[in-house]
Design a protein around this ligand. Structure first.
Ligand SMILES: Cc1cc2nc3c(=O)[nH]c(=O)nc-3n(C[C@H](O)[C@H](O)[C@H](O)COP(=O)(O)OP(=O)(O)OC[C@H]3O[C@@H](n4cnc5c(N)ncnc54)[C@H](O)[C@@H]3O)c2cc1C
Length: 434
């Protein structure tokens, strides 16, 4: 993986994408000289924006440019939790007053219905499973943090169940977690299958071009984006490439990029699979942000995600040792802790957990800074950004526009030192949650 360019370049393929049949990337589309709208990035945010613009204006010309190929970006590198709740409720800056949280939940609910509608309409085979998720604590401190989350859920009107260690042991096959809360506001997906399905069913007035990185954005009289093929003019431009917006000169003092890592086992035989609990599919996110995510997935495999690094990826060897250790500690009885697929991905964080949403300058719009839970948030915000651009006025849009904007971040080297110190301290605090 490298982040030296204006776009992410990964060394390893997305494991989720590797599990799917090969797909032919859209690299040969004819590119016109000019479009009504140009979207930078074909992740969940960019695809939702492009699709919604087309839904609202069937005669508009819309170009979506993707640096890589769909199925290899972060939208297909994540853990596949479609989380319809404000995330990381205990993280500094994420503690929302109840009325803000309730507005966020309404936005997520409606985005989730839109997404489900698309999955059904286009028969996107992405393992959509509205199973709910566990939020698990391995330490006393983690359990306390979950109690705080539960009391926030009480205020927000979110239903949840408290799950004991004995119940977890039966359902998940590990006694590692002493306590969990289970909420229904989550869907499991195969993320590469979903994002590929969304890209391959775009309306006909959307042209998607893959392997076509945007190198710069021109904002003068000749507004548009520059690619290796030259300038493509666009009346309105949507920046939907998350942390890499900074590489194009936008919001440099609002976001930073972190890398996090995941791995999937080979298919497990029935005896080994049974060691991963009685439920056919489940997923658990950690009580501490620096902790480990687990997922028992539909095709008899198991996924582990953990670790963070600031702006630069860690070596595969380091990440592999770390993820195997996370797996072994939770499942000591499993015969092998070997993984078949190992990968990392970049995601963008902001200091106060807020996403940048709206107009950056005339005719230039952005929704970036997903803060690690962007499958649904990217979808919702990309859709709403399109609505904003065509002048729609809805309560949802007003609610999102009124939400906090990302706080200012100090420049390097202060920023790097502060984030790395925070990661170090939080890792120590996380203890066995890692
Ligand atoms: C290991 C891991 C686990 C995660 N788990 C979850 C999870 O379970 N649930 C969840 O909700 N979120 C999760 N996330 C975060 C989630 O993946 C992101 O929030 C989500 O991908 C954001 O979507 P996006 O469309 O805004 O950005 P991206 O998915 O990053 O899409 C942006 C696209 O823009 C492209 N691009 C970048 N620069 C350029 C350029 N210059 N020109 C053209 N194209 C460009 C990129 O190639 C990319 O495809 C996880 C992330 C990682 C890395």
């Amino acid at each position: 993986m490298s982040s030296r360019t204006t776009y992410p370049v990964y060394e390893s393929r997305s494991g989720w994408n590797s599990l799917l049949p090969a797909r032919t990337a859209k690299t040969n589309s004819v590119i016109e000289n000019k479009y009504d709208f140009i979207v930078i990035g074909a992740g969940y945010t960019g695809l939702a924006a492009g699709r919604r613009l087309a839904e609202l204006n069937g005669s508009a010309s819309i170009l979506v440019l993707e640096a890589s190929v769909v199925g290899e970006g972060s939208s297909a590198r994540n853990s596949g939790f479609v989380i319809a709740l404000p995330h990381n409720t205990n993280m500094s800056g994420h503690i929302s007053p109840a009325e803000v949280a309730k507005k966020q939940i309404r936005v997520y609910d409606s985005g989730l219905r839109w997404l489900k509608g698309l999955v059904d309409q286009y028969h996107i085979d992405c393992g959509w499973n509205p199973q709910g998720k566990y939020h698990g604590a391995a330490t006393a401190e983690g359990a306390l943090s979950l109690q705080n989350t539960a009391s926030q859920y009480d205020k927000w009107g979110v239903e949840y169940q408290e799950i004991s260690q004995a119940q977890l042991s039966e359902r998940l096959g590990t006694r590692y977690y002493r306590f969990a809360i289970q909420t229904n506001s989550n869907v499991f997906i195969q993320p590469a299958a979903l994002v590929r399905g969304l890209a391959d069913t775009l309306p006909t007035n959307v042209t998607l071009v893959e392997n076509c990185p945007v190198l710069s954005v021109e904002q003068g009289r000749e507004r548009g984006v520059r690619t290796a093929q030259g300038l493509i003019r666009g009346d309105k431009i949507i920046v939907a490439n998350n942390g890499f917006a900074r590489k194009l000169g936008f919001l440099k003092d609002r976001m930073f990029t972190i890398f996090t890592y995941a791995a999937i086992t080979p298919e497990l035989d029935p005896e080994q699979l049974a060691l991963h609990g009685s439920e056919p599919e489940w997923g658990l996110i950690p009580a501490n942000r620096m902790g480990t995510t687990l997922r028992k997935i539909q095709n008899n495999r198991f996924m582990v995600r953990s670790a963070y690094s600031y702006e630069k990826p860690q070596t595969e060897k380091t990440v592999l040792a770390l993820l195997e250790d996370c797996y072994r500690r939770r499942y000591p009885a499993v015969k092998s802790h070997r993984f078949e697929h190992l990968w990392g991905g970049a995601t963008a964080l902001t200091r106060n957990g807020a996403t940048y949403f709206g107009e950056i300058s005339p005719n230039l719009y952005a929704s970036v800074g997903c803060n690690g839970a962007g499958v649904l948030k990217g979808t919702c915000y990309g859709k709403l950004l399109a609505e904003l651009m065509v002048g729609q006025k809805t309560q949802e849009l007003a609610d999102v526009l009124a939400m906090d904007k990302p706080n200012w971040l100090p420049p390097e080297p202060l920023r790097g030192a502060a984030v790395k110190t925070a990661i170090y301290l939080q890792k120590r605090k996380a203890g066995a949650e890692r």
